[in-house]
Design a protein around this ligand. Sequence first.
Ligand code: GTP
Ligand code: MG
Length: 366
Amino acid sequence: MASPIRFIMVGGFLGAGKTTLLSRFAHHFQSQGKHVCVVTNDQAAGLVDTELLRSQGLSVNEVAGSCFCCNFHGLTDAMESFEKVQRPDVILAEPVGSCTDLVATIALPLMERLGEKFIQSPYAVVLKPSHGLKILTGGEGRGFSEKAEYIFRKQLEESELILINRIDELSDQQQSLLRTCIEEQYPGRPIIAISAKTGENIESLLEALAAEPAARERLMEVDYDVYAEGEAELGWLNATVKMTADESVSLDEVAVAIVDLLRDKLEQVDAEPAHLKVLCSSNSAVGVANLVSSDTPTMLSVASDAGSKSLTLLINARVAIAPETLQEIVEKCVAQVSEQFRLTSAIDSIESFRPGRPVPTYRTKF
Ligand SMILES: Nc1nc2c(ncn2[C@@H]2O[C@H](COP(=O)(O)OP(=O)(O)OP(=O)(O)O)[C@@H](O)[C@H]2O)c(=O)[nH]1
Ligand SMILES: [Mg+2]
């Protein structure tokens, strides 16, 4: 029988750094000669993460339309279909950043049903410092409502390993504050401080993930009413925009301009961004700009250093605001940036909504 496939699922709030980390893992496993596949997930199609990982040459299947927990078979089908091309040695899975209860709804049901096929790693959750520092210290102006914070906290509660990310940006004092808060509020979980961006401490993380999870003897309780209301407070938007110009335009500048403008407009209406992502592509060139909170700057996370007369934009926005308002703001920003760069733009597809109530396919009970 073929050796089991290593299944690594990494959770964490919207914009925590899951995709950046999984991309790093994928390249690490590839350098060991392993065949790595990635499953991405979203409530709707048109995912920046999928395009970004594919642009890095990775084999990616997307489960779109509902989260893994509510579409368990979507996840297992996506994993199975990799095998039609080549059996993976490692499958990396990124659940939606507003989901929780993944041990009970994914990790355990997967072991119960396909336990011989997969070997699981401990369930690691990436902690997003911009919101973590406020939420865990009970600070003012935390950005999200109590119900959205409930999800953030539940993600940490169910983790088997907590990753304090972005240490390239955190002071020693901030790092130790986060560590103390986690130790007090979520005792017993190993903590690794990492930078998904620079790769710091990734080796020790990979060592921790090479183990199997400790026995899962107790499951977290989740109030699905609060969870559903917390998710529904987020406006969700995925859009695809085609742009053309008479002169070549910088992909990176367009991506940053859209995110910057969205940032300003959201600030004017006091709406906290959970994650804004804009991927701007042309042929094989890809630039990505992100914003992960109201008090951090827009980042060009992937630079294309390319220009073109024909651009495609993927916009994924998750913001604490009504979806209709979010859509209006996005449409205005697209129009304004098109004017600024003398682009003719057409919105190919746009979907905005509040995530529906999570209804897991399976939920293990002890
Ligand atoms: N400085 C710094 N930035 C990081 C680090 N990890 C991720 N980022 C940036 O944070 C932003 C969000 O990262 P992603 O990897 O897309 O986060 P995610 O958790 O996959 O986000 P969603 O899929 O929307 O939930 C991007 O701009 C990344 O470049 C890090 O360790 N340091
Ligand atoms: Mg992601």
